[in-house]
Design a protein around this ligand. Structure first.
Ligand code: HEM
Length: 459
């Protein structure tokens, strides 16, 4: 019998491996650790809990089999439920509200629906361009401005709510509250509950942050109920009025609140990271940047205002986004768990409910699936090459029925934003930025600044 548990790094009794796991960027640490386990799987004891990490594409294929594995709600997601409740992202597979909300909201994410959001996406993207035009020749905080863009876009097109982030110097207080809450959720998932109880000030701050976010959500909903804000068929309109085709029920008020907060979070963090990493990757790969400029100049000459159909015809920019999601997946890790005791790879035993983490970085660069894995090569995404890909070596949007509902939304928004930015601007990296990843459930480049100049003046 050649069954065996996954190998582990050396740990400490009782505390397990917890003391070795850094407070900041734990997923980057697990990525480093993965190099010691060429078999593509390892196990770590975190505060008394077994955590298995998987990144071999063939093992991932098994973990992505939805008849055998589901999405469990363990820490940190069970902590995120403190504010996102039973919203789509943090609901358990078997919670009735997950299925209801999924069925009610799916139509809002169809390709046809994207066309409906386009005008609002464009309006916000033009706000970003306007800001950068006023900042000619000055360093701009790239990631912060993409965060303004994506937050304002989901709020306007999903809920008819205006953050007006580009008219303010400071980021919206919602963003600080969210960042702190996410960091606290991660921290709680890496320590014993008794340690959490001792950090009383942090707990106070956590509750204040949650309150701030929930008050904002309540004002978003109140505006709609009072007849302000547009769009009966936007996300909020569907949440408030549509009945679930299967149960005939409406979402209750608490769940609507949870969903709005979920979409404000899930709908902006990741897309902002994607755009930031894409811009970074273009700075590091001038030959790809040149291709992107050529495409924009061909498809959107001069000051042509992009329309939906043109954005959908782009080819280079979408491939830049796909390659960015491979090398810099904004969600660097997702969790699955076996529905019953099982064996993967013919030898690794996993008992029912074992936390089984998919590590995106090591998976997306696994030599079994990718040639020259660390090279930013957008030609991997040409149709003829795409057909050769390992079917389970690329999971930036997750897997199966719990995969990202907002994928088309994110890609449409990101294509448009990048196209518009490249139509207007040149960047220079005057400080020679070194990638400094910051994880808070998602990951983004920290303190990423570039000098922007309009192309017209420059050429
Ligand atoms: C779920 C990635 C943009 C809403 C997910 C998951 C991933 C992901 C990996 C699965 C999480 C898990 O298995 O635990 C991304 C990336 C994005 C992006 C990389 C941008 C580049 C968006 C946008 C929205 C959104 C724009 C909303 C407008 C959601 C929701 C879920 C989800 C609601 C939970 C789905 C469910 O379980 O029913 N996303 N996402 N995401 N995403 Fe996204």
């Amino acid at each position: 019998n050649d069954l065996r548990p996954a190998r582990s790094p050396r740990g400490i009794p009782i505390l397990g491996h917890a003391p070795q796991i850094p407070d900041t960027n734990p997923v980057a640490y697990f990525g480093e650790l993965s190099k010691q386990f060429p078999e593509g799987i390892f196990s770590v004891d975190i505060a008394g809990q077994e955590n298995v990490f998987v990144f071999d594409p063939d093992l991932i294929t098994e973990v992505c089999d939805e008849t055998r594995f589901g999405k469990p709600i363990f820490p940190p997601l069970s902590h995120v439920r403190d504010y996102a409740g039973a919203g789509l992202f943090t609901a358990a597979d078997d919670e009735e509200v997950w299925g209801m909300a999924h069925r009610i909201l799916m139509p809002a994410f169809s390709q046809r629906a994207m066309k409906g959001y386009f005008g609002q996406m464009l309006e916000i993207a033009q706000n970003l361009v306007g800001k950068w035009e006023r900042r000619q020749g000055q360093p701009v905080r790239i990631t912060d401005d993409y965060t303004r863009l994506t937050l304002d876009t989901i709020a306007l097109s999903g809920f008819g709510y205006r953050f007006d982030s580009f008219s303010k110097e400071e980021l919206h207080p919602f963003l600080y509250a969210l960042l702190e809450a996410l960091i606290e959720s991660m921290r709680r998932s890496q320590e014993l509950p008794m340690m959490t109880t001792q950090r009383k000030d942090d707990a106070n701050q956590y509750h204040q942050n949650i309150q701030l976010m929930q008050e904002l959500v309540e004002s978003v909903i109140k505006e709609r109920r009072q007849g302000r804000g547009s769009g009966e068929d936007d996300l909020l309109g569907l949440m408030l009025q549509a009945t679930d085709p299967e149960t005939g029920k409406l979402l209750d008020d608490d769940n609507v609140r949870d969903q709005v907060l979920t979409f404000l979070i899930a709908g902006h963090e990741t897309t902002s990271g994607l755009l930031s990493f894409a811009t970074y990757s273009l700075m590091r790969n001038p030959h790809v940047l040149a291709q992107a400029y050529a495409e924009v100049d061909r498809m959107l000459p001069g000051d042509t205002v992009p329309d939906y159909d043109t954005i959908m015809k782009l080819d280079v920019i979408p491939r830049i986004l796909e390659e960015t999601l491979r090398l810099w997946a904004p969600i660097p890790q997702i969790m699955k768990a076996p529905l019953a005791d099982t064996v993967i790879g013919g030898q690794y035993e996993l008992t029912q409910g074992t936390k089984t983490n998919l590590l995106m970085g090591p998976l997306h660069t696994h030599p079994k699936a990718w040639d020259r894995p660390d090279e930013f090569d957008i030609d991997r995404w040409l149709p003829e090459n795409r057909a050769q890909h390992h079917p389970h070596a690329y999971k930036p949007f997750g897997n199966g029925r719990r995969a990202c509902i907002g994928r088309q939304f994110a890609l449409t928004e990101a294509r448009l934003a990048l196209a518009l930015v490249l139509q207007k601007f040149k960047f220079s990296d005057t400080t020679d930025y070194k990638m400094d990843v910051r994880e808070a459930l998602t990951r983004k480049p920290g303190d990423f600044e570039l000098v922007v100049r309009t192309r017209k003046e420059h050429e």
